[in-house]
Each structure stands twice: as structure tokens, then as C-alpha cells.
Design a protein around this ligand. Sequence first.
Ligand SMILES: O=c1ccn([C@@H]2O[C@H](COP(=O)(O)OP(=O)(O)O[C@H]3O[C@H](CO)[C@@H](O)[C@H](O)[C@H]3O)[C@@H](O)[C@H]2O)c(=O)[nH]1
Ligand SMILES: [Mn+2]
Length: 546
Amino acid sequence: MGKAKYEPLFETKKAKGRIIYRLFATSLLCGIILIWTYRLYNIPKPGENGRLGWIGMFGAELWFGFYWLLTQSLRWNRTLRHTFRDRLLQRYENELPRVDVFVCTADPAIEPPIMVINTVLSVMSYNYPPEKLSVYLSDDAGSALTFYALLEASRFSKHWLPYCKNFNIEPRSPAAYFTSLSASAQSDAHFSEIKRLYDDMANRIEVVCRAGVIPDKEKLEHTGFSKWDSYSSKGNHASILQILSDSRDEETKDVDGVILPTLVYLAREKRPQHFHNFKAGAMNALIRVSSEISNGPIILNVDCDMYSNNSNSIQDTLCFFMDEEKSHEIAFVQFPQSFENTTKNELYGSLRVIDGVEFHGMDGNGGPLYTGTGCFHRRDTLCGREFSKDAQIDLKSARPGKMEENVHELEERLEILASCTYEENTQWGNEIGLKYGCPVEDVLTGLTIQCKGWKSVYYKPERKGFLGVTATTLDQTLVQHKRWSEGDLMILFSKYSPAWYGLGKLNPGLLLGYLTYCLWSPNCVATLYYSIVPSLYLLKGISLFP
Ligand SMILES: O=c1ccn([C@@H]2O[C@H](COP(=O)(O)OP(=O)(O)O[C@H]3O[C@H](CO)[C@@H](O)[C@H](O)[C@H]3O)[C@@H](O)[C@H]2O)c(=O)[nH]1
Ligand SMILES: [Mn+2]
């Protein structure tokens, strides 16, 4: 293709209103400086009433001004992204890379299996060649109930995937699809049939989950349940790997005779004497196991409570990874975390400012954080590869061929990759894979990827890419925010602090952006002072405000 003809697969635009915002911010800065000046010139003399309180107020205002300056890095350079899927298909329809989707779940009581499989079905039915799509479910509870639900889902997928494609429906999580429809849409025979199949399946899953045991009939039908014979508890069991369908097998077809995506269940080994490293540990086990089954060069990671709401997200993302000129430095593409269960005014759990403003701002400075779900990575960068201008990543990595061994032998061989001891004396959790030891493993992992020279992309399509559930009560919100703010603060003092490790490696604007999040919790000290101390002084008749 001649240089003149080059048509990009995506474009990056400056957000509207940047000039107005900058004028506004400059006027605010003037205001802040005036407040500082006023405070400084009006400090009560030694011995006068309220001197200490006044100096404290000055300290708080200095902090607020400093923190406000940091936040400007998230607002100054907002950018928007747009993809051209038609160009991608025109140029690469037959060369699309394999994509591996990782879904994580940890507890069938908190994350009901029916919700988990709805997420799984939504990602299995992406508008993408099924022989290039593999879906892995990591079950950190190692629950036979979740496995049973996945087995049901794999049977149902033979009807669901053709239905999605034939009628081109959205969203492709069955539960979300059925609730999104109006009563008038429900007379059609195909619809009634698929709805009946889904309801039957959901019923069976509910009955089994309520009883808490797998019916003998199922156990006889699927030998996979025998792996639970040696299972003692959620925290003490061997690895369980089950390949429910393998798109390399000619037999795994749906009712229309089309190949089904690969579907794999993994419960990594858990032992009380070995620390499991939460989601990061689960993800790393998935990275290893998947590399021997499908080895997709692109990995999508979603939480089990966040389904795909847009069947074109993979194609959109590939526009960022396959552009001939601009893609080579992009390591991951983060979608916003959108929720469908927030209260009307998003009282709790709202990420509106982060998603609507701040991540666009980070994107203008080198790219957003990795926030754990709705994120596409290159396998290589997730495994620690450094950016180099000369060595471009090839998306045509080979898929491990089907070996001589049968599926049971393969499962047994790969279970070792998910054992407790596999990572001993290796760089996993450190230089390779998701990083351990931090409550926000995702943010830390994204940060170190960016410190290796890579950029990321924030992509917010018109039709939301992913929809999930979030905290809706004060106590849930407090627990979640405590974890996030603690994790971000830990990063600040860790070896990988943006303040020293990131210095010289990150774009300065991006570095300040990271600091804004890392200093989010210390910000409460000044806030508490500002909201409590002036009222106490008023009790003594002293005003700390002019
Ligand atoms: O030992 C564990 C613990 C959690 N999870 C899974 O990890 C995901 C996130 O955990 P959750 O407890 O729901 O955390 P949240 O605070 O809701 O998650 C947000 O914050 C986390 C930390 O930054 C990110 O990992 C998540 O992707 C992001 O959605 C869920 O799918 C869990 O099933 C595991 O697989 N193993
Ligand atoms: Mn969650």
C-alpha cells in the first residue's frame, strides 16, 4: 500500500471546550493564589487568638492548591478516540488475531453462577470468528456449582450464538437481552424458543445452586465432576482444568453447524500454606494455561459481574492494535467501567467523573490506568516485554497445534501450570504477569507497563462496551473505596512509585495524573481539618474565614 493511500484505523481528537476549560482553570488558579496571599498576610500575631488555627487553615489551603494543580493533569489535555471498523475488515478480515477472554469469579455465594455464565455467554457471542475466540473462566472458589452452570452454558451456547448472529441482537448477555425487550417484541417463534431454552437452563441452575449439590444424573453424564472427589474446601484443592469445547475439534459446532469458540474452566490449585494473591494470581494462572491452548496474542479481561454490552468491542479494539503506523506503541485498551445498577443520581459507586473526564485527560498524556475489567492487553506486554521502536509485536503468533494426547492428558499436563508451587523461584507476579502484593494489582500492573515505554488507549464507544454492577450502599462503597485508596497509596510508597520509579519514564502529565490517585486518601487530612476546625473555633467566637 502506497504511503499516500494510508487510511488510519483509528483517529484521536482533542475534546471540545478545551480552550474554555483552560481559561476557567487559569482564573481559578488566580483565585487560589489570592487566597494564599490573603492567608499569608493576615496571620494573627504571636499571642493573638486563633493564630494556630489560622496557620493550619493556610496549610490546608496550600495542600488543596497543590492537589488541585495535580488534578489539572487529568483535565488539561482531554482527547477522544474513534475507530474505523470497516477499514479493519477490508484490510485484515482474514488475518484477524486470536483473542483470549479471561473471566474471573471467586465466590458462588456473592457472584451467583447464573450471573457468571451470562457474562461468559456475552463474551462467547462477540461478533468475531469463533475459531479465533477462546473464553476462559477462572473460578477461585473451585465450585462444582459454577462448573455445572458453565457446562449448562456451553450446551445453551449452541443455540444462543446462532440466535445472536442470525438476528444480530444486542446485548448478548441473555439475561440482559431478555429484560431489555418490550412485550411487543416477544411474539416471534424463534424468540419464544430461545427464551424457553434459557428459562429452563436458568431454572435448572437455580435448583442445583439452592440444593448445593450436583444431581447424580449430571455426574454420570459428565466425567468432569469426578475431579471434585478429592476436593476438600474452597481454600484447599488441586487444580481443576476442563476444556469444555475446543475449536480445534471439528465436532464442537452449534445448531447451525458453525464452530463454537473454545471454552475452558480453570480452578487453580489452592492450599492453606500457599498464599494465592487474589485476582492477580488467578490471572497469571490463566495466562500460562491459555498460552498452551489458544495462545491468543490479545487478552481481554472482565470481572464476572461485567458483561459485554457491545458485540463489536473486539473489532473496535483491534483498530488500535492493528493500525500500520500508530499501533506499535499501544499496550492496552481500557474501556470505561459502566454500571446498570446505580441509583438515579449515582449516589454511590459512581465513576462518572473518572470515566467522563479524567480518563480522557490521561489518554491525552499517554493513556489511562488499567482498571481490572473491560481491558484488552497484548499478551507480550502483560508478560513484561519492554517497548522498543525496532522490534514490533507480531499479532500472528502461532497457536499450539493439537497434540497427539487426548483432552484428558492435555488437561492433566496443563493443571501443573496452575499449581501452587509453579511460580516458586520464577518472576511471575514480579517481572512477568500481573503484579502481586497490592490491593489494586491492576493499577500497579498498568503503571509498570507504561513505565516500560508503552502507551495505552481509553476507548469510550457510543454503545457501552461493558456493563456491570457496582456498590449501591454506603457500607459497600466505603469498603471498596478504602481498598482502592489504600492500594493507590501503597503504590506511592512502593518500589514502583510514580514519584521515583516513574520519573523520567512516564510523560510528566501522566505522572501527575497517577499522583492524583495515589494522594487521594491523604487528601482527607486537609479536608477533615477544613471541615471541623473552623466550627470549633466559632464556638470560641473566633472566625477563621474573612
Ligand atoms: O481472590 C480473588 C478475588 C477476586 N477475584 C475476582 O476479581 C474480580 C474483582 O474483584 P472484586 O472483589 O469484585 O473487586 P472490585 O472492587 O469490585 O473490583 C475492581 O477493583 C479491583 C482492584 O483494583 C479490580 O481488580 C477489578 O477488576 C475492579 O473491577 C472479581 O471478578 C472477582 O471474582 C478473583 O478472581 N480472585
Ligand atoms: Mn466487583
